[in-house]
Design a protein around this ligand. Structure first.
Ligand code: HPA
Ligand code: ZN
Length: 344
């Protein structure tokens, strides 16, 4: 298997066909405008936009906050467990088409409990979809509960309290929403508690926020993965540490361009992260809002970055399995099927 000899024209086919894990997908960010309108109608929720087209036209973001405002508005149509199940099943079908074999889904309970939707409703619908994904599509999956960092740590503690009766239905916690001005330290105590409970810990850091937020996600929150982390390249010492510790970064190329973290895809640092030896992965973040699912992200990045070749494609898929919280036997099986594809 000479990965450097793979011709460029074979890359799109390989990128699409290769088995892969998705580790950074906010399930509420998979809500397509068509489904938003269908659920609004089903639940009698009024929307601020007159049509699917008008809503889609509003997806012109200037930064993270301009996206979050619309993203939280879109989530307002989710009221019943069936809504959460339908949303997640739509995502799993798209993921299946992209040869995603394993997905770890973020969900934002506070976005829903603040509107009077019970925690049980949210996790009940999502859990059912995860079971169906395995049974109907052969996709393995897990749920990671995110705390909204623009809210208080007390609010996060209250959410953890609500979640504990459902401890068996999620594998870990994350930290998302507005990054700037909300450093990881704000959530030191609740993450420590989650560690005592045996939950996996991840956090968004270094998307819009500075490298210092990546340091404190590692040192204060004790995370096992950094979500985004692309601003780490500004800090050579941090880069050395991330490589040495094989600390995964869940990179989201289309998201980064849509939210103006990079001006263009050609300016993205994915190739630099990989060439520095980091365990970078490719993910879709909020695919309904950012212009594409997993394979769209791979194709867009490889199209724009001529430095990326067969070796990087194989590495990104291998990294996605290594960085996942799946069982060692599953990781080994997926890695073998990846190697078999590249050997063919
Ligand atoms: N960053 C922070 N919070 C989020 C994102 C993101 O990309 N998507 C959904 N919530
Ligand atoms: Zn994200």
């Amino acid at each position: 298997m000479n990965l450097d000899a793979i011709p460029r024209e074979r890359l799109p086919g390989l990128l699409r066909a290769m088995p892969k894990a998705e580790l950074h997908i906010h399930i509420e960010g998979s809500l397509e405008p068509e489904l938003i309108f269908a659920l609004a109608q089903r639940n009698g929720v009024a929307l601020a936009y007159p049509s699917v087209e008008a809503l889609r036209a509003a997806y012109a973001f200037t930064d993270l906050q301009s996206f979050l405002d619309i993203y939280y508005a879109g989530a307002s149509v989710l009221l019943k467990a069936q809504d959460f199940e339908d949303m997640a099943m739509a995502y799993f079908r798209r993921a299946k088409a992209d040869n995603v074999v394993h997905a770890e889904l973020f969900f934002d309970p506070q976005t829903h409990t603040a509107r009077g939707v019970a925690f049980e409703t949210v996790i009940g619908g999502l859990s059912r979809a995860c079971e169906r994904a395995q049974r109907e599509l052969g996709i393995s999956s897990a749920l990671i509960m995110c705390f909204l960092r623009h809210l208080s740590e007390d609010d996060a503690f209250a959410t953890l309290e609500q979640a504990l009766p459902y401890r068996g239905q999620f594998i870990g916690v994350g930290l998302d929403s507005s990054e700037r001005g909300h450093p990881p330290e704000k959530f030191a105590r609740v993450f420590a508690r989650c560690g005592e409970l045996g939950l996996h810990r991840v956090a968004h850091a270094g998307e819009e926020g500075p490298p210092a937020y990546v340091w404190s996600a590692l040192d204060v929150l004790k995370v096992e993965r950094i979500d985004h982390g692309v601003r780490s390249t500004e800090d050579p010492l941090l880069m050395q540490r991330l490589a040495r510790e094989r600390m995964p970064l869940t990179v989201c190329p289309l998201s980064n361009v849509k939210l103006c973290v990079f001006e263009t895809m050609a300016a993205h640092n994915l190739a630099a992260l990989l060439d520095a030896g980091l365990v970078a992965t490719v993910n879709s973040d909020d695919p309904a809002y950012f212009g594409g699912y997993m394979n769209d992200n791979f194709i867009a990045a490889f199209d724009a970055l001529p430095q990326l070749g067969g070796r990087h494609a194989h590495r990104l898929a291998a990294n996605s399995f290594e960085a996942s919280f799946a069982a060692p036997d599953d990781k080994k099986r997926w890695r073998e099927s990846l190697d078999a594809l590249f050997a063919a």
